[in-house]
Design a binder for this molecule. Structure first.
Ligand SMILES: [Zn+2]
Length: 293
């Protein structure tokens, strides 16, 4: 499943094709994704301009000139493809040959920029929804989300306050979207490894009894921002280098520290540990039992 860095990479890949452009035509190849699409979906989008393409947690938010926001989620297997419209060379680096699996191209946006933006989703856990900008905060998926991990509001003081007195594991606390938005299994494992903190440690141990941050909270926040920024950078270079398979925006090769590296050597300099896999709350955790305490 794509995580925050992948979604941010998709946003950056789509922005040149969509921002400032008008939807000239919207094709719905089926009536539902994860949920049914509204009957007037195409009508409410066609003729409107994308005034900005943003992101909140793992949601892409396209602001439309009508005051609606097109809220999009990639789900498990969703991806966007950007194709150059006939006669337009303007899109430069994001045009690619048409991908295979066109049967899973469920939504197609024809943009006034000449770009054709296709949403492909074999498993259909992705979603698209139109919400009035003023009502965005009431959306069930967006309401109650914690701060963006890369935003200024997310710091050691905030994280310690959220973890104060929590008996759950540190890993579970970081996966809780009310604590911090958009972190998933992969980057939580990665951040805990960089911070040299055990995923099994209780969340409360990064704060004092009154909720003041200790040195572990500082280290953890720094590590979270670092692993996300590094992954976004890797995504950015994959966009530049045309390395995305079939023009697919959604996945890129990344060099993980611990994730999916069971029985391999720890990458912490000087550590002789071997990466271990355990299951916490039904999800795999990868960590080094030697340097993560
Ligand atoms: Zn280690």
């Amino acid at each position: 499943m794509p995580e925050l860095p992948e979604v941010e990479t998709v946003r950056r890949g789509l922005a040149p094709a969509m921002e400032g452009a008008r939807f000239s035509k919207v094709e719905l190849r089926r009536g539902d994704l994860r949920w049914p699409l509204p009957k007037d979906f195409a009508q409410r989008i066609e003729g409107r301009t994308v005034t900005g393409l943003g992101r909140r947690a793992k949601y892409l938010l396209a602001d439309l000139s009508s005051g609606d926001v097109l809220v999009m989620h990639l789900g498990m297997s969703g991806s966007f493809h950007v194709f150059r419209g006939s006669g337009s060379n303007k899109l430069g680096r994001y045009h690619h040959e048409r991908a295979q699996h066109a049967a899973h191209d469920h939504v197609v946006f024809h943009m006034s920029s000449g770009a054709i933006v296709t949403f492909n989703d074999p498993r259909r856990f992705g979603s698209m929804k139109l919400v009035a900008r003023a009502k965005l905060d009431d959306e069930p998926q967006l309401a109650g989300l914690g701060p963006e991990p890369l935003g200024n509001a997310f710091d050691a003081t905030m994280l310690a306050q959220a973890c104060k007195g929590k008996k759950t594991s540190l890993k579970a606390a970081l996966l809780d979207q009310r604590v911090v938005a958009g972190l998933g299994n992969i980057y939580v494992c990665e951040a805990l490894h960089l911070a040299r903190l055990s995923p099994k440690r209780s969340a409360a141990t990064i704060a004092s009894k009154t909720g003041a941050p200790n040195e572990r909270a500082e280290r953890l926040v720094e590590a979270i921002k670092a692993v996300l920024n590094e992954a976004i950078k890797a995504g950015g270079s994959s966009l530049r280098d045309h390395k995305l398979t079939d023009g697919e925006l959604g996945m890129f090769q990344h060099h993980f520290r611990v994730y999916d590296r069971e029985n391999e050597k720890c990458r912490t300099p000087g550590c002789r540990g071997i990466i271990k896999r355990i299951v916490q709350n039904g999800r795999s955790t990868f960590y080094c039992p030697v340097c993560q305490k």
